[in-house]
Design a protein around this ligand. Structure first.
Ligand SMILES: NC(=O)c1ccc[n+]([C@@H]2O[C@H](COP(=O)([O-])OP(=O)(O)OC[C@H]3O[C@@H](n4cnc5c(N)ncnc54)[C@H](O)[C@@H]3O)[C@@H](O)[C@H]2O)c1
Ligand SMILES: [Fe+2]
Length: 387
């Protein structure tokens, strides 16, 4: 049954090989003078930061480099970035990198106009004032952060990965240029590609699904099913990289408006406690989530099967849904997703914080969108199963 929905996205999305060259005229339209360029050292080494600085200089916009972001950003990086933003009197932000630099840029923007600590904004709609404009330039095909209203920052005191969501956090200008992803190493290609896949399948089956997000999510599943293995096997394959970037932006738009569900809810505590990269902590949960969830919405899992090239003609929706679960497991195996036990070899150390992790997962709100209801005790069991 159709219900009223809302769909949010950036003001402009530049997409496709070479589109980075076109950001100058879009930035000019912002009417700003000085950018804080938030990035990491790998982006500087690869020459991407210099490329962006040159494009900005060509339209008479100054930039100040902040390359102090590490993977899985924390409140500490945000404070450091904010200090440079204020001292240098910047008036907008450019996030260049994977989700980590883009999320840091968004969080610096929140504090620049709203004040306080980043922990004050954990949850939905706590940001009261618009941030300075953010230009988000993605260099991984994964998080979709370039188009989302979310920033995920670790609270280092409480060991929690905070989900902060507000329409004010959506970047003004999103850039998805696959040429920047040619240098992504295979393991990161797999992890980030499966992060995008999780965004798509979770949005597709979410209780907050809507017709527009279904369209984007299904297309993203189809593209990732076709191109992730190719991009992983041969990083120089620009066609595969371009289709993966399109998929990750589509999946980002899908979950931005339909939310993620149980995988992301369970994945954030793994990242917070064991410092496992976001894409991997999702990927290790994907097969057990699919097995647990498919019976609640077999018609959607049947669509996943079809989008992933499974033959479903003549099958009941439950039979087709089972093929969807198998196709998901095969994709994870093919790009060599490691089991959790290889990431956290000490089983006792893994099991000790599971109850707190299950509690944090539920508190984040994401599991509440899962089509199959789940208790904290069941989440503990799912963690053990994924081990
Ligand atoms: N805001 C959102 O909507 C959203 C959604 C999902 C995840 N996230 C967050 O995003 C973060 C993860 O982002 P990520 O998975 O993109 O990883 P990342 O930004 O942490 O990057 C992973 C590694 O890949 C390197 N890298 C990135 N681009 C590269 C390139 N083009 N060439 C070579 N190396 C490159 C980075 O330097 C880093 O070492 C997590 O903190 C996660 O929680 C945010
Ligand atoms: Fe994600």
């Amino acid at each position: 049954m159709m219900r009223p929905t809302e769909f949010r996205m950036p003001q402009v999305l530049l997409q496709g090989p070479g589109c980075l060259a076109n950001i100058g005229k879009e930035v000019k339209r912002l009417g700003k003078k000085k950018a804080l360029l938030v990035t990491d050292k790998i982006m500087v080494k690869a020459g991407y930061a210099a490329q962006v600085e040159k494009i900005l200089a060509d339209v008479q916009v100054e930039s100040v480099l902040f390359d102090g972001v590490g993977t899985e950003p924390t409140d500490v990086y945000v404070e450091e970035g904010l200090k440079v933003y204020r001292e240098s009197e910047c008036d907008f932000l450019v996030g260049l990198g994977g989700g980590s630099p883009i999320d840091t840029a968004k969080a610096v923007g929140i504090l620049a106009t709203n004040g306080g600590q980043i922990t004050d904004y954990m949850g939905a709609d706590k940001v009261g004032t618009p941030t300075p404009p953010v230009v988000a330039i993605a260099t991984t095909s994964g998080t979709g952060s370039e188009v989302t209203k979310f920033t995920i920052i670790a609270d280092t005191k409480n060991n929690v990965k905070m989900l902060i969501g507000s329409p004010f956090v959506i970047p003004m200008i999103a850039v998805a240029d696959p040429v920047l992803t040619l240098s992504v190493p295979p393991q990161v290609t797999a992890a980030t590609g499966l992060d995008a896949f999780c965004h798509a399948v979770e949005a597709l089956v979410s209780k907050k699904e809507q017709p527009m997000t279904d369209l984007l999510a299904l297309n993203a599943i189809k593209l990732i099913g076709t191109y992730l293995r190719k991009a992983w096997c041969n990083g120089d394959d620009l066609e595969a990289r371009a289709q993966m970037m399109l998929a990750s932006t589509q999946a980002g738009l899908a979950f931005n408006n339909a939310s993620v569900t149980l995988i992301h809810g369970m994945s954030r505590p793994i990242g917070a406690v064991f410092h496992v990269p976001h894409g991997i902590s999702n990927a290790v949960l994907l097969p057990v989530w699919a097995e647990f969830t498919y019976i609640a919405k077999p018609e959607k899992f049947a669509l996943i099967a079809e989008a992933m090239g499974e033959k479903v003609a003549g099958l009941s929706s439950l039979e087709a849904a089972e093929k969807g679960v198998e196709a998901i497991k095969r994709l994870c195996r093919d790009v060599e997703v490691p089991p959790i036990r290889t990431l956290v070899p000490d089983r006792e150390a893994f099991e000790k914080p599971l109850e707190k992790m299950a509690h944090d997962a539920v508190v984040s709100g994401s599991p509440g969108n899962n089509p199959r209801f789940v208790t904290e005790a069941q989440i503990v069991e799912l963690y053990k199963k994924a081990y």
